[in-house]
Design a protein around this ligand. Structure first.
Ligand code: SR1
Ligand code: MG
Length: 413
């Protein structure tokens, strides 16, 4: 049976019935707006002019297709992820006001004075330190929920509780299967048929199979599970990194409903796949005489630096934490090998995310707001670079290799 859904008229009554929320916003002065643009939930912002709250309630179906039923129990994954992020990576998470299990909703901090990263990227906005802090967030969540930061028994109990099979299935289908076969969820413009055909062969499918198997079997840490640029808020600090204050978080990470015990590399890979998409948009809209190395301009140079910046944030923070590991046999050499392996898989996952966001069901505004030749060019860049990442991920040794591949691919299209 479905939960009773809130609407803009009933939210204030709901808050009035909860003393803890009444203490945060003044319902007599508050206004409510439903602003959700995710696929699986409603999102209400409640603001009284001074304070605010965000209420996220699970829908029993996909927002744009009510015939596609989805479990409302994903709210438990959302609550678990937000709770763990607050506990272990608190600087980078919204304040969490708790779960209402019966109504399938969570309440969190209103962050509407921050900006969602995807539209900020599409608008050409440079946000220094956002990528570094996202990398640090991944490291902190990974370390503290894994065998690095907890006892074997605690991890195994937490992993069992964090099972999220219905939402994992969405990822397994949409990212790791459907784009490589005929499927009603896929679509693209006939002008790029050849780029899609180039992905549908046994070599690419075998590479994707390795990544899918890693996703299915490597339950090493609690991961976010959907860390794309619409799951990240960024701060408006001005574009000069040298003048950006280092204190305070430069990102807030939200939308934890796809979380489960999975590969840490998946979070980095999804992030990188979305960096690739933002870069392809920018390359595709550059005038022809600025499409060679050195002429792309400040914004594209910054975009291309995000793989390294996020990786440095991740690796630096993880290494710092790993010196305190409770697992004494995890030697420095083992940590080095784990980091190198995580990098390789992140590169593969980035390729899989690039493909599914351009030809699969869940498309993205970076590409979809382009038209004509610019859109075709952006799609071609994403698909060709993604194919190289999928084919070559096992041989990548540095995050800077990814930017080099994207740059070379864009120059060839
Ligand atoms: C039916 S859900 C489709 C996609 O939206 C979410 O943000 C995830 O990325 C999922 O794959
Ligand atoms: Mg989401």
């Amino acid at each position: 049976m479905s939960t009773q859904l809130l609407n803009e008229e009933t939210v204030l009554d709901y808050i009035s019935g909860r003393d803890d929320l009444n203490a945060v916003v003044d319902v007599r002065k508050a206004t409510v707006r439903e602003v959700g643009d995710g696929n699986l939930n409603l999102l209400f912002l409640v603001q009284d002019g001074t304070h605010g709250l965000a209420i996220k309630q699970t829908l029993p179906y996909v927002r744009s297709d009510h015939s596609w039923k989805v479990t409302e129990d994903s709210i438990f994954a959302e609550a678990r992820g937000l709770d763990a992020a607050s506990r272990y990576a608190g600087a980078y998470a919204p304040e969490y006001y708790g779960l209402d299990a019966e109504r399938r909703l969570i309440v969190e901090e209103d962050l509407s004075d921050w900006q969602v990263w995807r539209p900020a990227l599409s608008a050409g906005k440079i946000t220094p330190l956002a990528a570094r802090d996202t990398g640090r967030f991944v490291a902190e969540l990974a370390y503290h929920t894994s065998y690095f930061g907890q006892s074997e028994q605690d991890v195994q109990r937490a992993a069992a509780q964090a099972a999220n099979p219905e939402l994992e299935q969405i990822t397994e289908d949409l990212i790791f299967t459907e784009p490589y076969y005929e499927h009603v969820h896929n679509s693209w413009d006939a002008n790029v048929d050849d780029a899609v055909s180039a992905l549908r062969n046994d070599e690419v499918r075998t590479q994707v199979a390795k990544l899918k198997y890693e996703f299915l079997t490597n339950g090493e840490a609690l991961i976010h599970g959907d860390l794309h640029t619409n799951s990240i808020f960024v701060r408006d600090d001005g574009r000069d990194a040298a003048q950006t204050p280092d204190e305070g978080a430069h990102v807030k990470i939200f939308d934890y409903e796809f979380g489960f015990y999975g590969p840490v590399a998946f979070d980095i890979g999804i992030l990188w796949g979305n960096f690739l998409i933002a870069q392809a948009r920018e390359f595709a809209t550059l005038p022809a005489d600025r499409r060679h190395a050195g002429a792309e301009g400040e914004f594209l140079e910054w975009l291309l630096s995000l793989y390294e910046e996020s990786w440095r944030g991740f690796e630096g923070e993880f290494r710092r934490l790993a010196t305190h590991t409770s697992n004494r046999i995890f030697t420095e050499d083992f940590v080095n090998q784990w980091i190198a392996r995580t990098l390789r898989h992140a590169v593969g996952f980035a390729g899989a995310e690039g493909v599914r966001r351009t030809i699969g069901w869940a498309k993205v505004s970076d590409i979809e707001t382009l038209e004509g030749e610019e859109k075709d060019r952006a799609v071609r860049i994403v698909l060709a670079a993604s194919r190289r990442l999928l084919e070559g991920f096992e041989h990548i040794v540095s995050s800077s290799d990814v930017a080099a591949i994207v740059r070379e691919t864009a120059a060839s299209i």
